[in-house]
Ligand binder design. Structure first.
Ligand code: ZN
Length: 187
């Protein structure tokens, strides 16, 4: 059974010290016939390119629409679950009544991993595995966009004549007049 082989390989790799576990135990088996002691979800080791780009796009959308932190967390959880799962223990029966792994796609993920039944545990494990790596380029991007963008001022050597720029001419008010009409002895 391929699922079991993948499972043991993943468990063996999990012995590496100080690395967050990639295999999440989500409790009692949901599969038909209950063949497992508990169901597990194994996450990808690293942030894949699709996951990273999906996270960037989701954050950009939220930035554009003026979303909240809650919106960002919800979008990230969706990205984590939809892109982070490498394998799982869920099985179903095909038309010949043979047990086959449930295909991993957005629909099956949403159906089999709701918030209250495994989804939260998987999302939290994703956050531990990917959170820092996901946030790094996002933070860098936000920095560069908010800081001064390097716009080199176009130097125009042709105008460099050394002459001072003509000052804007103010309308000169008659400052020497004190208001009283001067006695002008007309001839
Ligand atoms: Zn199961």
């Amino acid at each position: 059974m391929t699922l079991d082989r993948e499972h043991t390989v993943a468990m063996g790799e999990a012995d590496a010290p100080a690395s967050p576990t990639r295999t999440v135990d989500i409790g009692a088996c949901r599969c038909p016939g209950r063949p497992h002691s508990s169901d597990t979800v194994t996450l990808r080791e690293k942030v894949s390119l699709p996951m990273g780009l999906a996270a960037v796009a989701a954050m950009r959308d939220i930035g554009i629409s003026g979303g909240t932190i809650a919106d960002a967390n919800g979008a990230l959880a969706s990205v984590y679950l939809h892109f982070g799962i490498e394998s799982w223990s869920f099985i179903e029966f095909d038309e010949r009544k043979d047990p086959v792994p449930v295909p991993i796609n957005a629909a099956t993920i949403d159906r089999l991993l709701p918030y209250g039944d495994g989804g939260l545990e998987v999302a939290e494990a994703c956050e531990r595995l990917y959170g820092e790596e996901i946030a790094r380029p996002l933070a860098k991007r936000m920095q560069t966009s908010s800081e001064t963008t390097p716009t080199p001022k176009p130097t125009s050597p042709t105008i460099d004549t050394g002459q001072p720029l003509p000052e804007p001419s103010e309308p000169s008010s008659p400052s020497d007049s004190d208001g009283t009409p001067s006695e002008d002895p007309a001839p």
